[in-house]
Design a protein around this ligand. Structure first.
Ligand code: GLC
Ligand code: CA
Length: 554
């Protein structure tokens, strides 16, 4: 069976408010993404995950949806979406949407109706409890730092909101809710969408008896609670299996019947628990195609840490499931900032090591817009903060989430080529030096490095589907071999995480495919290989000599 496309794909996450503003109102939009499709094709990415652009009061910047089948006028129209989809398709780029199905906006007509009366047909679509003057349990609203139960005087009840009070939670035990969402998925599949990223998918179900969570020592992000009851309910697997069926049965692109795996479901699942996350693929790999693996977001800058993390993730994969890796997204400070060193050169070299790791490991890589040019994070002035979590936790919060959402830095013209001189979030102060146009064509730049890695991954099957075997190396070096037995191709990857020399072992003679310090094509002798500080070396191993056929006897 051919490999499904998403196993071979490099994904690129776009936070649409911040990518490109086509009409100068300060907010990125769909037409802006369309304008940048040539750049994305040039970079070589295969699929876009676009954060929500649906109509929304923007209390959580689109993660509070008021209409699941439309486009917020701020981002454009459905026609703009169709133009974007067509443009992407013409360039062979797939599109994955962000489905926020755990909760809606409080302005969604469903909730407006639901909260008006206990007798309303939509009432049972959401979660309620009798308002006795205090919350029924200790569940917390993450972005409010308080109880997750909010009073609704019209019905004398409280509703649940695990994020903000503006994001009431659905009751996914209700079959009508399920049907409504499966129809929404079919609607977008019908428009040619290639799949969904499922927002907080493991929170869909809550304990039916609304029991309080037990105590935990973990403050961040757990609020001193073990989340036994407000998320992570086993029943969620049934929902995943249903969604999988809807995906597999959706009409195929170009009207032929869909092939299984043509549509992809990627769950935001269990940020902190790799084992629970891995279980979301289903025991027979018949649930989510991929459960986001967030473990790299929690690792220190140590070869050993990443190795242990990847090894664990591989070992947790059910048979038939496919791994994935990511280093940055719209909820966490960017990895170049997390792994910054004292001097900028080392920081840049680390970013190259990180990129090489992400793009050569066995598993689908997810990039976050701007990481390819090394956009960093910085502390925004208080009046510039927009993220509800950042505002609430200021000045204690590490950075809030605005600092990883600043406008993409396209060029060095005023406004960084984002499209407006007054973007919704301030530009990162380094925008003049660090932009896509300044790096494009400069062979030593991070942008060209990403492009070369992506091209290499595309050109060398062993780097995509090949097996992975860790190989011996000194302590700070992450070394592994990717092998495609069928193609007889083996690739050695050496990543030196330290700013001092390191060593790794080459099993055979090899030739450089891509290196941070060596030219492509250079020959390497078998045996010990000395690596420079923060060096990346990717090399094709010579196939072992086959015994020559005996000359035929006359
Ligand atoms: C997810 C999103 C995050 C959002 C939250 C509520 O964690 O990634 O950005 O705020 O869900 O929808
Ligand atoms: Ca705009």
């Amino acid at each position: 069976m051919p490999r499904p496309w998403w196993e071979d794909a490099v994904f690129y996450q776009i936070y649409p408010r911040s990518f490109r503003d086509s009409n100068g109102d300060g907010i990125g939009d769909l037409a802006g993404i369309t304008e940048k499709l040539d750049y994305l094709a040039w970079l070589g990415v295969d699929a876009l995950w676009i954060s929500p652009f649906f109509p929304s009061p923007m209390k959580d910047f689109g993660y509070d949806v008021a209409d699941y089948r439309g486009v917020d006028p701020m981002f454009g129209s459905l026609d703009d979406f169709e133009r974007l989809a067509a443009g992407a398709k013409a360039r062979g780029i797939r599109i994955v949407l962000d489905l926020v199905a755990n909760h809606s906006s409080d302005q969604h007509p469903w909730f407006v109706e639901a909260r008006s009366s206990r007798l309303s047909p939509k009432h049972s679509w959401y979660l309620w409890t009798q308002d006795t003057g205090k919350p029924p349990n200790n569940w917390k609203a993450i972005f409010e730092l308080g109880s997750a139960w909010f009073p609704n005087p019209a019905t004398g009840e409280r509703y649940l909101g695990t994020f903000t009070r503006w994001q009431p939670e659905f009751d996914w035990r209700n079959p009508e809710v399920r049907r409504a969402f499966y129809d929404i998925m079919r609607f977008w599949y019908g428009l040619g969408v290639d799949g969904f990223r499922l927002d907080v998918a493991t929170a869909y179900l809550k304990d039916a008896r609304l029991r309080s969570n037990p105590f935990s020592w973990r403050a961040n992000p757990d609020f001193f609670q073990k989340h036994l009851y407000d998320r992570n309910q086993p029943g969620v697997h049934e929902i995943f299996a249903e969604m999988r069926k809807v995906a597999d049965e959706a009409p195929g692109v170009g009207r032929r019947p869909s092939l299984p795996g043509e549509r992809v479901l990627i769950g935001e699942t269990h940020g902190q628990d790799a084992e629970l996350a891995a279980s979301c693929h289903g025991k027979r790999a018949d649930e989510l195609h991929m459960a986001f693996n967030f473990d790299f977001l929690n690792q220190r800058w140590k070869a050993k840490a990443f190795k242990t993390s990847a090894e664990r993730w591989y070992s947790l994969m059910p048979i038939g499931a496919w791994p994935n890796f990511t280093l940055s997204n719209h909820d966490r400070p960017r990895h170049i900032w997390r792994y910054r060193a004292r001097d900028p050169e080392t920081t840049e070299s680390r970013a190259k090591v990180a990129a090489a790791m992400l793009l050569t490991l066995r598993g689908t890589p997810f990039l976050y817009y701007g990481e390819e040019i090394g956009m960093g994070c910085f502390r925004l002035p208080r009046k510039a903060l927009r993220d509800p979590l950042g505002v609430k936790t200021w000045p204690l919060g590490y950075l809030g989430r605005d600092s990883e959402r600043t406008p993409m830095q396209w060029d060095s013209t005023p406004g960084a080529g984002f499209g407006s001189e007054e973007p919704w979030l301030p530009l990162n102060p380094d925008w003049r030096e660090r932009s896509a146009s300044a790096q494009r064509g400069r062979s030593s730049s991070l942008l060209e490095w990403y492009r070369a890695l992506i091209a290499l991954r595309r050109a060398v099957p062993a780097l995509r589907g090949g097996s992975l075997r860790w190989t011996p190396a000194s302590r700070d070096v992450l070394a592994f071999e990717r092998a495609d037995e069928a193609a007889g191709e083996r690739v050695a990857v050496f990543l030196n995480f330290a700013s001092r020399a390191g060593h790794a072992a080459l099993a055979e003679e090899a030739a450089v495919l891509l290196g941070s310090a060596r030219k492509e094509g250079r020959a390497l002798a078998a045996g010990d290989c000395a690596l420079g500080p923060n060096e990346v070396l990717i090399a094709r191993l010579k196939p072992p000599l086959k015994p020559r056929p005996e000359p035929r006897q006359l």
